[in-house]
Design a protein around this ligand. Structure first.
Ligand code: ADP
Ligand code: ADP
Ligand code: ZN
Ligand code: ZN
Length: 802
């Protein structure tokens, strides 16, 4: 492995001499960056490469984008700034030539139930104008087609200030026509309450029929009101109530009743439960209450609008027989064709911009979505590409766009289109910065910045800057691996059995029958939207020892970190306690030993309603999270030993060496650390907050934690996300070890090295959405390549050089 450093002085090409055409970074020291100084050509496409943990994000997001955002915030008036987070200036000496940075990342879109693909882009706004102009019958302005705008009819007096001392009341009528379905308030779903979760109808109230947490018959006033109201017979099983009793029991409007001389309010059970439980924020509930609510509340399609979220009037207006609800439910590629087919010269420019917006979805590989798809159901890669749509149509130029692995979730076939879009953004006069590992995208860079040589404290320097051609000969790890080609295995494993999927029909799947082989490495592939996740997550039973390991968020507090999550901290705490003769709890930042000022978080958070909170290091403990007394205790002897905060600041690799015997011998800890290294997380700090991990890192951490389980079948979703070419080999080795130890591994992947390494491939397609949903190939990689009958087959054949 070479760690040579070289700098290509002849690149960047055209404008390098002109200081206005460069972004200059001098002395960047964010996270692991070691005084990094670089120049990035403006209005060019620069790709940042390097192993995971080398410092790419610290440079691109943590330094360049962060400073740009901070400077934008400073341009607001002091009044507005009062409401904004005071961002800390990144640790960097000089940053010159910055332009406004727009970050297009994989953060899932918010959980706002009224946000859809259409509202998150400009598509719905344009469609609303179209329907307000052409729809028959004519129902009003564009807002009349907006499901997130309620109709308001109100009149009243408003007070208008006129001059210093005179005010005048003016009679005013407000009339706003919105398109919101009043029944579901634009959500498309209504909540139902599952009565069987509220009471056991074979019992009477006196016998304790209620099964709602805390509703005990004798002690709880609410229950006594039901029992003694006189509306129902407290000694009769609920299933024997008369019709009138049942109506009063479930639905009665609030009325005053006297119970043992006390005036109380009686209200039907359903409105009562809605008010007491459903109106509250589930996140703020105690876990057992939240579980009850999750059990008791069911969501069903709104019967009024049939899930379209729209008012009757909005749905009645049509263009060529198509309502706006129909249009939003169409697969976007079909909608684009419909719009192109409308021949209406009066709105020609509108049709052109709508058509262009919809075409961008298709180009970006999202033509299979529909505009009414809730944003919250998009995967990280889909969310990133959806955000990109806004910018493709934007007329802004000289903006710095920052992308985080835009190829995630994309089949090699889709990557070519994504590349085209990145180049288009550049050609409009923007600076495009991309963090990426896939050679297909590195190949189109005007300029490459390679960070490394390794991760964490062994990274943080720029190993190479220059063109892709020169990267190959640069001797860096990325250069070495750029042309790596996995070979097909001469021999594949024989399956030991199969999960039989029959008649799978979730989402776009067309009655799919397939046997997923067990005891082997099985790769499920196909273009984005072909139905891979629908098949695997929807059909492989959650029982039968299946361990699904995804990239989703990990629930936990802000004090959670890899050490707490993996269980590593337990043996470490015990070792500290034993050596120092004190209690283990002292060494937990969640309990006894925590710094009282920050409660063990190490940082103090300022939460802001409208923006992400800001964290600043705790001044009391200096970010160390523990009380000063706790830091007196050392592990590994008073001389060379480490205190608990020093342990938490170690990388996994450092900690492995330390607990493996260099500092202290704690075999249980060493075993867990070994597994974390195996999944390529050696660079991670054991105490780094989980909230700072990327989706790929979270998935690998979950894998490390669950590898030791007995479970038989592992399901992984793009485990190569965030992995450098050099680390993919290590991942393949790990997957092999899992299979060889008797486990079955099912992987949804697009990375061709993983496909080539599979024992069995299931290829979905042929296209996306309604053009997909079928199995187009099942068999060995060698047969897939020999057949070349599918898109995947063609790409894989080219990749392995067959
Ligand atoms: P890359 O983007 O190349 O994967 P990063 O910039 O994310 O690398 O990480 C570089 C180093 O900084 C790693 O050692 C990582 O563990 C560390 N690091 C990243 N984010 C944080 C953070 N929020 N707090 C502490 N350390 C961090
Ligand atoms: P892949 O995993 O191959 O990218 P998916 O299984 O995610 O494909 O998607 C297959 C089809 O099912 C697409 O048309 C997609 O829009 C649709 N789909 C997936 N998830 C949902 C969902 N939660 N709601 C509605 N449609 C969905
Ligand atoms: Zn509705
Ligand atoms: Zn503190």
């Amino acid at each position: 492995m070479s760690t040579a450093t070289s700098t290509d002085t002849r690149s960047p090409a055209p404008h390098a001499a002109d200081s206005h055409d460069l972004i200059r970074v001098h002395g960047a020291r964010v996270n692991n960056l070691k005084d990094v100084s670089i120049e990035i050509p403006k209005r060019r496409l620069t790709v940042f490469t390097g192993v995971s943990g080398s410092g790419k994000s610290s440079l691109v997001f943590g330094t360049i984008a962060a400073e740009s955002q901070r400077m934008i915030n400073e341009t607001y008036s002091t009044f507005v700034q009062g409401f904004m987070p005071t961002l800390a200036r990144p640790e960097v000496d000089v940053l010159e030539g910055l332009t406004t940075a727009i970050i297009v990342d994989q953060q899932r879109m918010g959980a706002d139930p009224r946000s859809t693909v259409g509202t998150a882009t400009d598509a719905n706004a344009l469609l609303r104008i179209l329907f307000s102009r052409l729809g028959q019958p004519h129902v009003g302005p564009p807002s009349a087609f907006a499901f997130n705008v309620a109709s308001v009819r109100a009149s009243g007096a408003i007070t208008v200030e006129r001059g210093a001392d005179r005010t005048k009341a003016v009679k005013q009528t407000f009339n706003r026509t919105g398109g919101m379905c009043t029944r579901c308030e634009g959500r498309g779903t209504v909540t139902d309450i599952d009565l069987t979760q509220l009471y056991d109808d074979s019992k009477s109230i006196a016998e304790g029929a209620f099964t709602i947490p805390g509703w005990k018959s004798d002690s709880f006033w609410t229950v006594r009101v039901y029992a003694e109201s006189g509306f129902v017979d407290p000694n009769k099983p609920i299933r024997e109530y008369t019709e009138k009793e049942m109506r009063d029991f479930l639905h009665k409007e609030p009325v005053k009743v006297k119970v043992e001389g006390v005036n109380l309010t009686y209200e039907g059970l359903i409105p009562k439960v809605r008010k007491s439980f459903l109106a509250k924020d589930p996140e703020a509930m105690q876990p057992h209450i939240r579980e009850f609510v999750e059990r008791a509340v069911t969501f069903t399609t709104c019967p009024e609008c049939d899930g379209t979220r729209l008012s009757e009037a909005a749905r009645s207006s049509r263009i060529d027989g198509v309502s706006i609800a129909d249009a939003c439910a169409m697969q976007i590629s079909d909608l684009a064709a419909w719009v192109r087919g409308l021949d209406e010269p009066s709105v020609a420019p509108l049709l052109t911009s709508l058509g262009d917006t919809l075409d961008s979805f298709v180009e970006i590989g999202l033509g299979y979505l529909s505009l009414d798809r809730p944003s919250g159901t998009l995967s990280g890669g889909e969310a990133q590409r959806t955000k990109m749509i806004r910018h493709l149509g934007s007329s802004l130029t000289d903006v710095t766009y920052v992308f985080d692995e835009p190829t995630i979730g994309l089949h090699p076939h889709d990557i070519q289109r994504m590349n085209g879009l990145l180049l288009r953004l550049r050609d409009k006069g923007n600076t495009v910065l991309v963090v990426e590992h896939k050679p297909e995208t590195i190949a189109i860079a005007d300029h490459v910045v390679d960070l490394g040589p390794l991760a964490g404290s062994e990274g943080g320097t720029v190993c190479f800057e220059g063109t892709v051609g020169r990267l190959r000969g640069s001797g860096t790890l990325t250069g070495h691996h750029l042309d790596d080609r996995a070979r097909l295995k001469p021999q594949v494993r024989k399956p030991t059995g199969a999960v039989e999927i029959r008649g799978a029909a979730a989402n776009n799947l067309r009655d799919v029958d397939v046997d997923v082989p067990l005891g082997v490495l099985c790769v499920v592939t196909g273009v984005a939207g072909s139905g891979k996740s629908s098949l695997i997550h929807g059909s492989i039973p959650a029982s039968a020892g299946v361990v699904a390991i995804d990239q989703g968020a990990i629930r936990g507090s802000r004090r959670s970190n890899p050490a707490t999550y993996t269980g590593l901290l337990d043996p470490i705490r015990k070792a500290f306690a034993k050596e120092n003769g004190v209690k283990p709890a002292l060494f937990s930042a969640n309990s006894a030993g925590a710094c009282p000022a920050c409660n063990g978080a190490g940082v103090v958070y300022t939460d802001l309603a409208m923006m992400a909170g800001v964290a600043s290091p705790c001044e009391e403990c200096d970010g160390k999270r523990f009380q000063a007394e706790v830091l007196e205790y050392h592990l590994g002897g008073p001389e060379n030993g480490k205190d608990i905060s020093e342990v938490l600041a170690m990388s996994v690799t450092e900690a492995h060496a330390f607990f493996g015997g260099d500092g202290a011998k704690v075999p249980a800890a060493a075993r867990i650390l070994q597994r974390m290294e195996d999944v390529g997380l050696g660079y991670l700090k054991v105490g780094q907050p989980l909230t700072t991990l990327s989706g790929g890192e979270r998935q690998r951490l979950k894998l490390a934690t669950r590898m030791a389980e007995k479970g038989g079948v592992y399901v992984l979703d793009e485990p190569t996300t965030g992995l450098h070419l050099a680390d993919v080999e290590q991942l393949l080795g790990l997957l092999d070890r899992l299979v060889d130890s008797g486990k079955s591994v099912i992987v949804i992947e697009h990375h061709q090295a993983v496909m080539a390494h599979a024992d069995w491939i299931i290829d979905l397609g042929p296209g996306a959405g309604h053009d997909g949903g079928r199995i187009v190939f099942e068999g060995t990689p060698a047969d897939l390549v020999a057949d070349r009958s599918t898109l995947t087959g063609e790409h894989l054949a080219a990749y392995v050089g067959a």
